[in-house]
Design a binder for this molecule. Structure first.
Ligand SMILES: C[S@@+](CC[C@H](N)C(=O)[O-])C[C@H]1O[C@@H](n2cnc3c(N)ncnc32)[C@H](O)[C@@H]1O
Length: 200
């Protein structure tokens, strides 16, 4: 069991079963009915929400415990979510594969982050959209959730660097209340990005 398996090894859903607020608000920007890769999807709240909205999501995470909880949540809600157990440290995104890539609180070390996001522009199909929300390094001052170290956190400039070539629809850092399960508990500092691959 890795540290995430241990965190998820409990009865409740540590980030709740409702989707992330930013995703819920902006899901319509994703191509309708499209195939969506949910990076570091955890216990499935976001992929299940997308399936309920008529998308075809694939949930990727390296925690087997999280993916199993996500499987149960999808079953309970009567929707289909594909699942991939993989480590982003060595995962390669297929090219021209996804109508959308959703990355919600995917906090990984900088080399892994850069490696994955560098592949995103070509992994999207023409017209495909990346939607991302994560805590910034400033979140450490808030103490309301997220990793305890800057090593796993990034601001908007750093996140945009590997996303060259995508059209930016939304890119900002802001303070907002994040109350999403018992591990995300209040005012927070986040970065949000929505970026689209052109039609080529
Ligand atoms: C803060 S949780 C967010 C979960 C989910 N996106 C949500 O918003 O409910 C971060 C997730 O990243 C996953 N994760 C961390 N490092 C990973 C890696 N190297 N490869 C794949 N998943 C990873 C963890 O297992 C965990 O589910």
């Amino acid at each position: 069991m890795n540290e995430w398996d241990q965190r998820y090894d409990c009865e409740d859903f540590v980030y709740g079963t409702e989707p992330n607020d930013f995703l819920r608000e902006h899901a319509d920007v994703l191509p309708a009915g499209g195939e969506i890769l949910c990076l570091a999807d955890g216990e499935g709240r976001n992929s299940v929400f997308l399936a309920e909205r008529g998308f075809h999501p694939t949930a990727l995470d390296y925690s087997a415990v999280a993916l199993e909880k996500g499987r149960r949540l999808a079953e309970e809600r009567g929707v289909v979510v594909e699942r991939v157990q993989a480590d982003l440290a060595d995962y390669t995104l297929d090219r021209d594969r996804w109508d959308g890539i959703v990355s919600i609180f995917c906090h990984v070390p900088a080399p892994i982050r850069e490696r994955i996001y560098r592949q995103v522009p070509e992994a999207l199909r023409p017209g495909g959209v990346l939607l991302l929300e994560a805590y910034t390094p400033k979140q450490l001052e808030y103490g309301t959730g997220g990793p305890p170290t800057t090593e796993l956190l990034a601001g908007v400039e750093e996140l945009l660097r590997p996303l060259q070539g995508l059209e930016l629809l939304h890119a900002r850092e802001l303070e907002r209340p994040v109350i999403e399960g018992r591990l995300h508990t209040g005012p927070a500092h986040v970065v949000q990005i929505i970026a689209r691959r052109g039609q080529d």
